[in-house]
Write a protein that binds this ligand. Structure first.
Ligand code: SF4
Length: 103
């Protein structure tokens, strides 16, 4: 069984703690200022899952995220704004029928 793991790194979030590179130096490299960037395309070999997982969990600003293979790219798994029921606000407005009196 070969379970694939893919990670992403949001460099706008990264705060340069360098923890990821300490845990998984094969996958994260630090620039001169200590900010991380991904080595390779984010595909993690099976034997490195644990190290990368540790880096992911230890990142203080959660700049590293796992990308599910079945999830379409582009969706942001972090933001989870509740979707309101669109039917909740709709009011049925009855037309008031005019009552015709017959005399
Ligand atoms: S652990 Fe997080 S904040 Fe620190 S360098 Fe890595 S990605 Fe950036």
């Amino acid at each position: 069984m070969s379970e694939r793991m893919t990670i992403r790194l949001d460099r706008t979030v990264c705060d340069g703690f360098g923890i990821c590179a300490k845990h998984a130096p094969k996958y994260f490299s630090l620039d001169d200022w200590g900010y991380a960037s991904l080595v390779g395309d984010g595909t993690v070999a099976e034997e490195d899952h644990d190290a990368v997982m540790r880096a992911l969990l230890d990142c203080p600003v959660h700049a590293i995220m796992e990308v599910g293979e079945h999830r379409p790219a582009g969706t942001h798994p972090v933001s989870s704004t509740a979707v309101e029921d669109p039917a909740a606000g709709i009011k049925a407005e009855d037309n008031e029928a005019e009552w015709g009196f017959t005399r």
